[in-house]
Design a protein around this ligand. Structure first.
Ligand code: NDP
Length: 275
């Protein structure tokens, strides 16, 4: 049987690194730290080596299409696909950051939504039968959804929203944000929440699509919140350690062979949450 492989984006630190640590212990296959910066990625490999773990490394910047394509070709060539993909890479601004809202929105959506979508475009077609895709969203996607206009909420909750429609809505938010008109057009006043609404809904769309197009392959796609975790992105006072933040993503990544659910859901603390 060929070697299985797990790929975690943005895993040189924080929750991503903790996910790789847990997978190295629990997953019977090769586990890849990926990072946009090779030096930071190699340091992370050394950190886990010092704990007796043996992750592998590949460069991967989810904002760089060439980097995504190069990595996808590498995994296709070496493993003929990927068994576990965890789209973890993400970014945010501190509440006190004075960068204008429209600029923040562009930076945040470029990575959290459009980068994650580009990863999916190039990696989903080569997820192997029985594969697991986990997209790291946030509880702020749920908060943000409730702050959207009734029309937007209806679209984000609908079962017939397409990827093209979702992309169009995310672009519309960006246009509105840049003009300072997002609130009057029914959007929440937090770009991070909107980016994670995009991640949650994208996961649901991909799950429906894979169930339809590859019904016998048993691939499960879900979104989750890791909880509020002490990382550079969040706050030193957050209640969870990165290893605790990794628990739900790793649970979803290691759903046993033959599992039919959860599929296309949003989870936190290993439980499906209402959307
Ligand atoms: P960190 O800031 O500690 O880690 C973020 C990781 O993403 C880093 O490795 C960073 O790399 C990487 N990254 C950012 N942009 C890119 C890119 N373009 N390509 C590849 N990698 C990139 O944050 P967390 O560990 O907290 O966040 C991980 C995920 O969890 C994110 O999606 C975040 O939104 C989500 N999340 C976090 C919560 C928390 O409380 N911490 C709560 C809910 C969700 P680099 O070192 O090069 O910057």
């Amino acid at each position: 049987m060929s070697t299985k492989v797990a790929v975690v984006t943005g895993s040189n630190k924080g929750i991503g690194l903790a996910i790789v640590r847990a997978l190295c212990k629990q997953f019977d296959g090769d586990v890849y730290i990926t990072a946009r910066d090779v030096g930071r990625g190699e340091e992370a490999v050394k950190t886990l080596n010092s704990e007796g773990l043996k992750p592998k490394f590949h460069q991967l910047d989810i904002n760089d299409l060439n980097s995504i394509k190069t990595a996808a070709a590498f995994f296709k060539g070496k493993y003929d696909g990927v068994d576990i993909l965890i789209n973890n890479a993400g970014t945010a601004f501190k509440a006190s950051d004075p960068t204008p809202f429209g600029v923040q929105a562009e930076v945040i959506l470029t990575t959290n939504f459009f980068g994650t979508r580009d990863m999916s475009t190039h990696f989903l077609p080569m997820i192997r039968a029985g594969g697991r895709v986990v997209n790291i969203s946030s509880m702020l996607s749920v908060t943000g959804l409730k702050q959207c206009s009734p029309e937007l909420q209806q679209r984000f909750r609908s079962e017939d929203i397409t990827e093209d429609e979702l992309v169009g809505l995310m672009r519309r938010f960006l246009d509105d944000a840049k003009k300072g008109e997002h609130k009057q057009h029914g959007w929440p006043d937090m770009a991070y929440s909107v980016s994670k609404i995009g991640v949650t809904v994208l996961s649901m769309i991909h799950a429906r699509r894979l169930s339809k197009e590859r019904p016998n392959d048993g691939i499960l796609v879900n979104a989750c919140c890791p909880g509020w975790v002490r990382t550079d992105l969040a706050a030193p006072g957050a209640p969870k350690s990165p290893d605790e933040g990794a628990i739900t993503p790793v649970y979803l990544a290691l759903l046993p062979p033959g599992a039919k659910e959860p599929q296309g859901k949003y989870l936190s603390d290993k439980e499906v949450q209402p959307w």
